[in-house]
Design a protein around this ligand. Structure first.
Ligand code: PLP
Length: 342
């Protein structure tokens, strides 16, 4: 009997060894992810495959994620924040919610990605760039005999009444980039006048920044204010979607990645941060049908990606609009002057 028990114990131990996944040997990593869920899932799976680290991933918008980091600051549950617009990553750096880390990959990156690192005192880094613009449903436009918007000014036209969707800047980094872009283009008071006028044409302020383009694709709204790379994703999926970047000029995001202050799995967070900056990891973006400009100079630009050279880009002041006080002030002004309108 004693021998049989010992035998079973031996077999159990053997089984445990034989079936132990490399993941359990390499520990875990909690990723907060602010890009589209398809890309989040792919990076989680591929990082796990490449390293044996078991990844637990939560997808949330950029504004929602910084709110979560603040709420958890005394007891951090996330290790690394992947993706999402650059401004809240800069705010998180300033508010001491993220860690300084110098990746050996920094020398391989485009200057705009490195600048994000410098602007944050070494606490975040650019992983992609994407321009803001409009998405529109070509079938709905044709049906209502409306010309596609080409300029910010067009969005105030009466034919777009109730036909435009944008996100809410409290939860969405995309919407904040839109507000900061208008402020830089027009001056703050004129930008808020514009946003108040455009309110008459808005049918919903969505939680997520990617929702308006999805609504355009499904014919639920005629026009969206979105990152134009999201339109490529929907058009490739077969939806009647086209995009434009505004004739007056437009802003852009530097999608970023940061290590969370007090991360419980710090070594794995650093491993992930380095990996996210490699061409191997950045190629997954196109595999997930996402078409931002990758930050590693050796990552091929997907041929479908919107070309910055074809757009009138403003010199978006990432450092100024990523300042904690500025971001809070502009969002509060939007809440009281625009979001509160009936
Ligand atoms: N999804 C994609 C593809 C993006 O490029 C970005 C911006 O970084 C986001 C999501 C961010 O979404 P949100 O506006 O909800 O913060």
């Amino acid at each position: 009997m004693k021998t049989a028990t010992a035998g079973i114990a031996f077999l159990l131990a053997l089984g445990a060894t034989a079936f132990a996944t490399p993941a359990s040997a390499q520990g875990v990593l909690n990723v907060y992810c602010s890009v589209q869920v398809e890309w989040c899932t792919l990076i989680a799976n591929e990082f796990q495959k490449a390293t044996g680290v078991k990844v637990s991933m939560t997808q949330k918008g950029s504004g929602e994620t910084i709110a979560q980091l603040k709420a958890e600051a005394q007891n951090p549950k996330g290790d690394v924040w992947f993706g999402g617009t650059g401004d809240p990553h800069l705010q998180a750096a300033e508010e001491n919610l993220t860690e300084v880390y110098k990746s050996p990959k920094m020398s391989e990156l485009h200057p705009w990605a490195v600048k994000q690192n410098t602007d944050s005192g070494g606490k975040t880094v650019g992983i992609y760039a994407g321009a803001l613009g409009f998405g529109f449903n070509t079938e709905l436009l044709a049906k209502k005999n409306v010309k596609a918007p080409a300029c910010w000014a067009d969005l105030l036209k009466p034919e777009f009444k109730g036909e435009i969707q944008m996100a809410n800047p409290n939860s969405s980094g995309t919407a904040y980039v839109a507000i900061a872009t208008l402020v830089q283009l027009m001056g703050e008071d004129k930008a808020f006048d514009y946003l108040k006028k455009m309110h008459a044409n808005i049918n919903a302020y969505t939680r997520s920044g990617t929702a308006p383009m999805k609504a355009v694709a499904r014919g639920e709204t005629m026009v969206s204010i979105s990152f134009v790379h999201d339109g490529v994703t929907e058009a490739l999926a077969g939806f009647p979607v086209k995009t434009a970047t505004p004739c007056e000029g437009t802003g852009y995001e530097i999608g970023s990645t940061s290590i969370i202050k007090g991360a419980r799995n710090m070594a794995n967070a650093k491993k992930f941060y380095d990996w996210a900056l490699t061409p191997e990891a950045q190629k997954l973006e196109a595999q997930a049908k996402q078409f931002q400009v990758p930050s590693n100079q050796a990552t091929p630009l997907p041929p479908e990606a919107p070309k910055f050279a074809d757009m009138k880009l403003i010199d978006y002041d990432q450092a100024k609009y990523g300042k904690s006080a500025e971001r809070k002030r502009l969002i509060a002004r939007w809440d009281s002057e625009v979001g509160a309108l009936p």
